[in-house]
Design a protein around this ligand. Structure first.
Ligand SMILES: Cc1cc2nc3c(=O)[nH]c(=O)nc-3n(C[C@H](O)[C@H](O)[C@H](O)COP(=O)(O)OP(=O)(O)OC[C@H]3O[C@@H](n4cnc5c(N)ncnc54)[C@H](O)[C@@H]3O)c2cc1C
Length: 455
């Protein structure tokens, strides 16, 4: 039986481990932390409340992740919400972007001519016209925009700042935790292509409970049932090379582990630390990884002594800072506090200028923003408990010009492979879907390598 060693127990590593065990390989997966799931991980605090690394939703246009969830029985935990993006703005102003379920593309977007009343009809028509080459055709227009930022593309189309600040800012902060002038237009436009061409494209699902119980553990059980071995608190510290420059083994903590093929499914900044200097000097494939950095982001949870909203969906913060948030009491039934009050969870972005603040200061800033969005209700409520999770380098920064450096899963080293949202070959960038797709692509490539090198 061929043996594959995997570094990293996020979705990319777990998806690869699942496919490889199903294909009959002996798999050993090493995860540095005490818990699995990586950026989707969740754990219980001293009170028994779940703390999440990040607010996660599943989009209707995902495919690989849903296939995997069905295979391990985790799809039953998905809780689908109405196909509406609800934007909240200071002063209690709101607007919606909706999809008309059951109507063919592009008719499902028509209701937005009358909703989304934050924008004038001429603005909406101009935006629709600018998006024509993005939404119709083979996607070449979007792919060709990697050298400019989304903000630059927007201005070149003659589109105004009202749309950029009022709609695109919260959307890009929600997607990649950065404003539109720091993101490649290619990435933003390709995401629009995925979200807008299907009537369920931007419809979201939450999980019934924590990602640990509803996603990671079903995967782990399926991997272990098929004979895979998963070790936590097992950091891959070094990649040991043989005389030919191929991988001889992973040094995990202080022990050398060997196999027939090796997969690194790590965040790219951590991957960079592991790549042997000799590979970097010899192969642009590895040298190019230096272009990638992770985006800083925070996730906050606020337990309130009353109810803030009755909206059971992902909510958009139109003024940035909390670009997406949700009342988990409604969206995620197993999180509902016994008090029946709101458990608010919010992504904080852009976050780089907030890292020097204390947790209490961050919570205060976030709560002030909520008071602006809910000026009649929020001032009557108090935050009774809170948590802040800081991720200094999260998803990779898809800055203009970086697309050409994204590596394939197959590396120049025959027995060494990469996975993670930053790798190429899938359409979903750094997301749960992108990570899963990359892991499955890596598994396929490894199986192909192993079959070519069968004794
Ligand atoms: C706040 C936030 C909100 C998000 N919201 C969404 C969302 O709503 N929808 C969506 O689709 N995506 C969302 N994402 C993105 C999504 O979480 C990631 O794209 C995806 O989980 C990445 O998976 P991965 O396996 O590639 O990497 P990771 O999840 O980073 O997994 C890598 C693993 O490798 C481990 N590791 C690192 N170094 C070593 C080592 N030396 N040895 C062994 N193990 C090591 C890490 O501990 C980690 O567990 C969000 C991300 C964040 C941060």
């Amino acid at each position: 039986m061929k043996k594959v060693l995997i570094a990293g127990g996020g979705l990319a590593g777990l998806a690869a481990a699942y496919d490889l065990t199903q294909a009959g390989c002996a798999v050993e997966l090493f995860e540095a932390r005490e818990i699995l799931g990586g950026k989707v991980s969740a754990w219980k605090d001293a009170d028994g409340d779940w703390i999440e690394s990040g607010l996660h939703v599943f989009f209707g246009c995902y495919e690989e992740l849903f296939t995997l969830m069905r295979a391990v029985g985790a799809d039953t935990y998905l809780r689908w919400k109405a196909p509406v993006c609800h934007f909240t703005l200071p002063g209690g102003v709101t607007y919606d972007i909706v999809s008309w379920r059951g109507m063919p593309f592009p008719l499902h977007l028509l209701p937005n001519l009358v909703t989304a009343n934050q924008f004038s009809l001429p603005e909406k028509l101009a935006y629709g016209r600018a998006l024509l080459p993005v939404l119709f055709g083979d996607g070449r227009h979007a792919d060709a925009q990697d050298d400019i930022s989304y903000a630059e593309w927007h201005r070149r189309q003659g589109l105004g700042d009202n749309l950029l600040g009022g709609m695109l800012l919260p959307q890009t902060l929600a997607l990649k935790f950065l404003p539109p002038d720091e993101l490649s237009a290619q990435v933003v436009l390709n995401v629009f292509r995925l979200f807008l061409r299907r009537d369920d494209g931007f419809q979201v699902a939450f999980l019934e409970g924590s990602p640990e119980e509803c996603l990671t553990q079903p995967l782990v059980r399926a991997i272990e049932r098929a004979g895979g071995r998963i070790q936590v608190k097992a950091k891959v510290k070094r990649i040991e090379l043989d005389a030919a420059g191929q991988v001889r083994g992973f040094v995990v903590n202080d022990t050398l582990h060997t196999g027939d093929a090796y997969l690194c499914a790590l965040p790219v900044h951590q991957m960079n630390r592991l790549i042997p200097e000799v590979w970097r000097a010899q192969y642009p494939y590895f040298a190019d990884l230096r272009h990638f950095v992770g985006v800083p982001v925070m996730n906050v949870q606020l337990w309130l002594d009353g109810r803030l909203t009755e909206r059971d969906n992902l909510l958009f913060g139109g003024a940035g800072l909390t670009p997406v948030y949700a009342d988990m009491r409604l969206t995620t039934p197993r999180y509902a506090p016994a008090s029946g009050n709101t458990l608010l969870e919010a992504v904080v972005a852009p976050a780089r200028d907030l890292f020097h603040l204390s947790d209490a200061e961050i919570i205060a800033v976030v709560w002030e923003r909520m008071k602006a969005y809910y000026p009649t209700v929020a001032p009557r409520l108090n935050v009774v408990k809170s948590s802040v999770v800081r991720i200094p380098q999260s998803v990779y920064h898809p800055k203009p010009g970086i697309e050409r450096y994204r590596p394939a899963q197959v590396s120049p080293i025959a027995n060494f492979f990469l996975a993670g949202g930053f790798t190429r070959g899938h359409r979903f960038f750094d997301s749960m879907e992108g990570a899963t797709a990359s892991g499955r692509l890596a598994a396929k490539a490894i199986l192909c390598y192993l079959s070519r090198n069968a004794p």
